[in-house]
Ligand binder design. Sequence first.
Ligand code: SAH
Length: 194
Amino acid sequence: MNIWIGKITLLVGTAAVIVIRAPHGRRNAKLKVVQSERGKLEIALLTLMWFVGIVLPIVWVATPLFSFADYPLYPAPYCSGVVLFLLGLWLFYRAHADLATNWSYSLDIRENHTLITTGVYRRIRHPMYASIFLLAIGQALFVSNWIVGPIYLCGFALLFVLRVGREERMMLQRFGSDYETYMEHSKRLIPGIW
Ligand code: SAH
C-alpha cells in the first residue's frame, strides 16, 4: 500500500481527535479551577504529548526528515490499526461526553466538580486514557515509520504511568469514601481485569 494512505489516515484521525475535544476545551476554560496538581512534571508531560502527538506527525507527513525510518505499509496492520483507532475515537467521544464540565487537560478540580461513575466510567476509572491507548496503538499500526509510528504510544504510556497514581490520590482527597467505593467497584483501564 502507498505510505500516503497512512499519512492521510493520520491527518484525518488527528483532526477528528481535535474536533471531539475542542468544544469541551472551550467550555471548560471558562470554569473556575479550585484545586490543581499542575506542577512542573505535568507541564513537561503535556509538552511531550504535544510534541509527539502534533509536531512529529506533521514533520513526518510534510517533510522527508524521518523517511529513512519508513517501512512498507501492508493491508492487515493498516486495517487493524484503523479499527482500533475508530474504537478509540468512539470511547474518546463518550468519555468527554460523560465527564463534561469535570474534564481538563491536566489534574484539576473545578468549582462544582462532581464524581462521575456512570456511562463509560461505570466499569473503569480511566476510559479516556483507555481510549488514548487505543488511538496510540492504532496509530502505531498504520503509521509505517519505526520512529513516528510508536512514539505517541511510548509518550502516552509515560504520561499514564507518571500521572494515574497522582490523579487517583487527588480524587481520593477530594471525594473521600465516595471514590474509595468507586475504586472497589471499578478497574483502572480494562473492564473486569485491571
Ligand atoms: N482519568 C480519567 C479522566 C482524564 S481527564 C479518564 O481517563 O477517563 C483528567 C481530569 O478528570 C482530572 O482533572 C480529574 O479531576 C478528572 N476526573 C478523573 N476521573 C473523574 C471522575 N470519575 N469524575 C469526575 N472527574 C474525574
